[in-house]
Design a protein around this ligand. Structure first.
Ligand SMILES: C[S@@+](CC[C@H](N)C(=O)[O-])C[C@H]1O[C@@H](n2cnc3c(N)ncnc32)[C@H](O)[C@@H]1O
Length: 250
């Protein structure tokens, strides 16, 4: 398991500069381009609800699914504080059975990359299809295989302030070219008054996805009209240098 209590508790601080509003604008541009009247959205791997919260605020009926109860705790607290009704439920994507269909399914911030082996990825695609209305759209972002090969991930340190705490995250990636997986080794320290008050480590197994293999997984699950774009660029074509790709399937 990843996104356990200690990591989940610093998640929003670690990504405080991630522009969720801009990402939701991008999603809405895609909705518009598809010419659909979107009302219901299923957010898979919703985490702390960065997208779900903004989309609910913009009037969509959102259901959020995540397998990490600790991430969902923050998501629920944020929604309650703002008085929004968001249906957050704990489930893995592979076990998902809501008996309900949606206009759109999203899986944002490399959620599909967490489905690192073929069986999990195939089952995720099948379950998404089963939760979409006829003509519904699946939108997700992922690491683009060709770009990961030419520009592999490197060690980085993130050092930031959050209230009276300092959070330091060390990231050490180990690339497995045969498995198409990067083991992202995270070590997170939380300091208060220069003293370490918590320390945690997690290894996130992240699959980088190649457009043609992804297309095949989606086609096998019954999707058509599959498109690849560079992340946040709805009018551009994906190139081999774009690290982050957006995939749209119907
Ligand atoms: C990088 S976080 C993204 C969270 C959120 N979408 C965002 O943009 O901030 C990935 C999330 O996907 C969830 N996740 C990954 N694989 C999952 C699976 N198979 N079933 C349910 N949740 C999953 C994790 O628990 C985590 O909360």
């Amino acid at each position: 398991m990843v996104f356990k209590k200690e990591y989940a508790s610093v998640y929003d601080s670690l990504y405080q500069s991630k522009d969720y509003k801009k990402e939701c604008d991008f999603l809405e541009k895609i909705f518009k381009k598809q010419g659909k009247n979107i009302k219901t959205i299923l957010d898979l791997g919703c985490g702390t609800g960065g997208h779900a919260f903004i989309l609910a605020k913009r009037g969509y009926k959102v259901t959020g699914i995540d397998r990490s109860e600790d991430m969902l705790k923050t998501a629920r607290a944020n929604a309650n504080k703002a008085g929004f009704k968001i249906d957050y439920r704990r489930s893995s994507i592979q076990d998902l059975k809501l008996n309900k269909k949606f206009d759109v399914v999203i899986a944002m911030f490399a959620v599909m990359g967490y489905q690192a082996d073929n069986d999990d990825l195939a089952l995720a695609c099948k379950n998404v299809k089963e939760h979409l209305k006829r003509g519904g759209i699946f939108i997700f972002d992922a690491w683009n295989g060709p770009a990961v090969l030419t520009d592999p991930p490197v060690q980085v340190v993130k050092d930031l302030k959050s209230g009276d705490k300092r959070i330091i995250r060390f990231t050490r990636p180990e690339v497995d070219l045969i498995a198409h997986v990067v083991d992202v080794n995270f070590k997170v320290l939380v300091l208060k008054n220069d003293k370490i008050i918590s320390e945690t480590e997690e290894i996130h197994k992240m699959r980088f996805l190649f457009p043609q293999e992804m297309k095949y997984f989606l086609q096998v699950a019954g999707f058509t009209g599959i498109q690849f774009l560079p992340f946040l660029k709805p009018d551009k074509k994906l190139s081999a240098n774009d690290w982050n790709m957006t995939v749209i399937a119907k």
